[in-house]
Ligand binder design. Structure first.
Ligand SMILES: [Fe+2]
Ligand SMILES: [Fe+2]
Length: 267
């Protein structure tokens, strides 16, 4: 069984910047390569309604591939992020709806997740991270994402849901998916305060702890716009973002960048 993996498509931004139809390139790739499943681990657009419409369109254009999705921080930029989360659940392949059984052995378990400052450098306090402003730059989620609870309570909500599913399927081979980073190893520490401060907003150790506890075989995430594909803690790690044109791309054309970025894994 073949699984295609991509995250951080940022369709709205990349379409404007490259004047290319990002989704039709993606849909052409899927219908040509025909993976059984295609997993998009968050950050499709800055609006739940736009993300939902693009997912529905993609699934319609690629009926032979099951499109699976978890939301990123950008997909829930709305006055009320709980409403945005619920809008996105209308997409049947949203892993927030429940566990997907690929076959008798393998299941996919995931949801977007959030961050709890557990990857933050120790030089700052929890209230600094809560404010999210450093050198006059405010982390965009602080302006555009609106949860009712604190960031760590949001993570608590996700870990509760994920651990319930993981426990239930603990005897199966598990592919776990979040948008946010599960291990500090995949957060870049540059020794530049203006960069390192924002590492607090990259993910949570709790997701990695759950993956370790339940012996997850493959872990797919995104959010950090840097690509990783390696073995870690006995699991296959796949972080496969498209990222922003032009600075995070290696090719000038959207077609080349997208087709070279997509990772195909097999189970
Ligand atoms: Fe992103
Ligand atoms: Fe993100």
């Amino acid at each position: 069984m073949k699984l295609g993996v991509l995250s951080d498509i940022h369709e709205d931004f990349n379409r404007k910047e490259t004047q290319s139809n990002i989704m039709s390139i993606l849909s052409k790739w899927i219908t040509t390569k025909r993976p059984n499943v295609f997993i998009i681990s968050g950050d499709i657009t800055d609006s739940s309604k736009k993300t939902l419409a693009l997912l529905e369109q993609l699934q319609k254009e690629c009926p032979d591939t099951t499109i699976l999705f978890v939301h990123g921080n950008h997909d829930i930029y709305e006055e009320n992020s709980v409403n945005a989360y619920e809008t996105l659940l209308q997409f049947p392949g949203n892993l927030g709806n429940g566990v997907i059984e690929l076959n008798d052995d393998w299941v996919v378990i995931g949801d977007g997740g959030w961050y709890d400052y557990s990857f933050g450098v120790p030089d700052y306090s929890k209230s600094d991270f809560k404010k999210g402003t450093f050198n006059n730059f405010t982390w965009p989620d602080k302006l555009y994402a609106n949860w009712a609870e604190s960031d760590s309570d949001v993570v608590g909500r996700y870990t509760l849901k994920l651990s319930y599913w993981l426990e239930k399927y603990r005897d199966r081979n598990i592919v776990m998916v979040t948008h946010f980073v599960p291990y500090a190893k995949y957060v870049e520490y540059k020794d530049e305060p203006g960069w390192d401060f924002f590492n607090s907003m990259m993910g949570s150790k709790k997701f990695g702890q759950l993956a370790d506890k339940y012996n997850v075989k493959k872990y797919i995430f995104g959010h950090v716009h840097k690509r990783y594909h390696e073995q870690h803690n006995g699991m296959e790690i796949i972080c496969n973002p498209l990222g922003y044109y032009p600075y995070e791309w290696t090719h000038e054309s959207a077609e080349e960048e997208i087709t070279s970025a997509i990772k195909m894994i097999e189970i």
